[in-house]
Design a protein around this ligand. Structure first.
Ligand code: ADP
Ligand code: MG
Length: 728
């Protein structure tokens, strides 16, 4: 009891933003961890044993929850939540566009006699009905049948979110149409986890293991920028679009490279400390915090978890990061490219597979047998990435991420795999093993002679690789900082599931004629690594030579959203997702439409705002400055002979010419905006935005930035980069 009162005191202290400095005995992280989570351990305490056991079984087998059990769970959940001050509940889900969505419902139900009761039934827990018509479905649902429903995902625990005056119980959910179509990103992710489990188990069985479930594990490193909130509020572009649409490079950008891993400014550390407390309460295991490459840029990384939980936690973490920033008078920017000319932000998605005993299937083993199994999993990933790199690229395509990919700071848009220096040698040796002359390399004999124990902590890093093997996991580095990781992980799980199935088939078929199991594995691994070696690349991903080489190897280089998104609806993709029961043809088309639609909307908002900021903020300031210079020249001419004012006249000419350029480009952008093709074909419209609107925006920006460096500082209508990037 005593403990819980300390905790709630503490919770209310941090809600209004005061720090823990005031409290005599700040609670330990271990006391706070999971305080606001209706976790399995809470359930074990509050649920009758059979109900608890049933729930655990459901989490392991993804079976459906029956209504009677749901009633018991709901009642316990409500009591737990209300005892902690919750007044409302909300199904919380991942719609196809944007990040997460929620609709709050009170626990209170009015009664006939003018009183109220509180109610939360199994039916309320299992199913919610947001007004689905306002969520994009990309055509899988017409408005006359606009109903969709949210359903509790019992594999992810419910949690409490603290508002200023009350708390809300959040129920992680999937969002489906009544026809069963997934209208969200979570349902397909869960299906993909099932798919990979099925195929991975087939491989494990071949190696004599009796695992019943395989899960994918994900840990993502979240990069972000912090800017002073007061400055942020003076930048309509940051507020509306999350990025600066204008802004000249500061005299000191990141040239000095003195920020990375440098000491964390006190104000930022206070933010991180406060944030960590909030994240611990939600059971989010953040462990690492440090400065990133650009000034004002930082990173937070949690310990990895099951992919579905990691996805929920990353979304939740992003929203808490924004909320806590506000109470420290900061704004947290998750956009992939808030500042031109300064490094953007990504989200390294560390990914692996583990069996139900917790064995990491991408951990090289100590014995030849273990290594052979490891190599089968590795080969499956390499094959998957080679065959479906277009889908991986499409899974992280967005207008914002286009600024990063291929800009020599993030991985290039060409998806290749880097296996780490030591492993690369092994892989190459296996491939060469096909030819007689490389046979002497005895360690090629998987499972027979000694494949050397692979180094466990091969810390080789190739920062330019989009998909790198790092010791015992793969790191997909092209994911954008602001994105939901559900989709890239769903794609990755699906393509690897297909490949694992293919490997299992291959080994089984070979075993019909080959009695030696190890020989069968070796031949399949060799054959597949050889067939898919084109995707392996350990060199500089930024170099022009690689772009040429990649083209020669037939690797797609899908530079923009418009190039990448059609990968979702190729016959190959449709067959692949159907074969793994992850997405139907209609669902893939809806991903395609929603992605392109979001691209178009994002760009039209940016272009519109750019035009209005140009016309109503920059142009008036520039004209004012021009008039001041003109007046100064004119007045001075009254006193001094005009031949002594050559420089000043030249300045006036420069300003006038820059203003003319700015006006011309502003008009050009406005004409382009007025000429957007009127068609329902998203691809045509998106292509138009890419080919006409974006270039017009870039030109206008250049003219605006030119004015910024000419004008009187006091006249410039918004905070400049050097102010935004400097946190004191
Ligand atoms: P770096 O910045 O050097 O890439 P970090 O230590 O910052 O490495 O991040 C590594 C991330 O990888 C962490 O989030 C960690 O939990 C995650 N990770 C480690 N092992 C696994 C695994 N088996 N599966 C998924 N993610 C993992
Ligand atoms: Mg990393």
């Amino acid at each position: 009891m005593h403990k819980s009162s300390t905790r709630s005191d503490y919770a209310s202290q941090t809600v209004n933003g005061t720090t823990r400095n005031g409290s005599a005995n700040p609670p330990q992280p271990s006391e706070l961890f999971g305080l606001n989570v209706f976790s399995l351990s809470v359930m074990r305490q509050v649920l009758p044993k059979p109900v608890y056991k049933h729930l655990v079984a459901i989490q392991e087998t993804n079976a459906a929850l029956d209504p009677a059990t749901a009633d018991v769970v709901a009642a316990a959940m409500k009591d737990w939540a209300m005892a902690r001050g919750a007044t409302h509940y909300s199904h919380w889900f991942h719609p196809l566009h944007g990040l997460t969505a929620e609709k709050h419902q009170s626990f209170l139900i009015p009664t006939q006699d003018g009183g109220v009761i509180t109610e939360f039934t199994g039916a309320n827990l299992l199913q919610g009905e947001p007004d689905a018509s306002s969520f994009p479905s990309g055509g899988t649902r017409s408005t006359f049948e606009a109903r969709g429903y949210t359903g509790w995902d019992p594999t992810s625990p419910a949690f409490l979110v603290e508002g200023r005056y009350g708390k809300t119980l959040y129920i992680p959910s999937v969002f489906l149409g009544f026809n069963g179509h997934a209208l969200d990103k979570k349902a397909p992710l869960l299906r993909s986890i099932d798919a990979i489990s099925k195929q991975a188990i087939r491989v494990l069985r071949l190696f004599g293991h009796d695992a019943t479930q395989v899960v994918t594990t994900v840990g993502c490193e979240q990069e972000y920028f912090l800017v002073d909130r007061e400055l942020y509020l003076k930048r309509p572009d940051l507020m509306t679009c999350g990025r600066t649409l204008y802004g000249a490079r500061p005299p000191k950008g990141q040239e000095m490279e003195d920020h990375y891993f440098g000491s964390i400014p006190e104000r930022v550390l206070a933010y991180m400390e406060d944030l960590e407390v909030e994240l611990y309460k939600l059971g989010i295991p953040v462990t690492t915090r440090h400065n990133e490459v650009a000034p004002g840029q930082f990173e937070f990384a949690p310990v990895f978890e099951r992919a579905n939980i990691a996805t929920d936690h990353n979304m939740l973490m992003m929203s808490v990061m924004r909320r806590v920033a506000a109470r420290h008078d900061l704004a947290c920017l998750m956009h992939e490219k808030p500042f031109a000319g300064i490094n953007g932000s990504g989200k390294h998605n560390n990914w692996s597979m583990a069996d139900d005993r917790g064995n990491n299937l991408l951990e090289p083993g100590n014995t030849p047998q273990e290594n052979a199994q490891f190599l089968v999993f590795l080969t499956a990933v390499v094959r998957a990435l080679h065959l479906h790199s277009d889908l991986m690229r499409a899974s992280i395509a967005s207008a914002a991420n286009d600024h990063r990919l291929g800009a020599n700071e993030a991985p290039p848009a060409i998806i290749s795999v880097y296996s780490g220096d030591t492993l690369t040698e092994v892989v190459e040796a296996i491939i060469d093993g096909q030819s007689a002359k490389a046979k002497e390399k005895t360690f090629l004999n998987i499972g027979v002679s000694n494949l050397p124990p692979l180094p466990l902590h091969d810390s080789d890093r190739n920062r330019t690789s989009p998909f790198a093997f790092t010791a015992n996991k793969f790191e997909f580095r092209a994911v954008g900082s602001g994105q939901n990781i559900a989709r890239p992980n769903m794609v990755l799980n699906t393509i690897v599931a297909e490949s694992l199935g293919y490997m299992a088939d291959g080994i089984e078929t070979t075993l019909k004629t080959e009695t030696d199991f190890n020989a069968a594995v070796r031949s399949v691994v060799q054959r597949e690594l050889t067939a898919h070696r084109a995707v392996l690349f350990g060199g500089d991903g930024y170099s022009a030579e690689w772009h040429k080489e990649a083209e020669r190897r037939g690797l797609p280089n899908l530079r923009t959203v418009v190039d990448a998104i059609p990968a979702f609806i190729t016959p190959r993709a449709i067959a692949l997702f159907a074969s793994q029961s992850v997405l139907t043809d209609a669902e893939l088309h809806s991903h395609y439409h929603v992605k392109l639609d979001t691209y178009i909307k994002m760009l039209s908002i940016e272009a519109g705002l750019m035009s209005s900021m140009g016309a109503t903020q920059i142009l008036p300031a520039a004209l004012e400055y021009q008039s001041r210079v003109a007046t100064a020249v004119h007045r001075t001419e009254d006193v001094l002979p005009s031949t002594t004012l050559i420089g000043q006249r030249k300045l006036l000419e420069l300003v006038a010419a820059a203003i003319e350029r700015f006006i011309a480009r502003l008009q050009h952008l406005d004409r382009a905006r007025a000429a957007v093709p009127e068609t329902d074909d998203h691809r045509i419209v998106a292509t138009y935005f890419r080919d006409f609107i974006i270039p017009a925006m870039q030109e206008l920006r250049a003219a605006g930035d030119e004015l910024e460096v000419l004008l009187d500082d006091d006249l410039w209508p918004m905070p400049k980069y050097r102010q935004l990037l400097h946190l004191s």
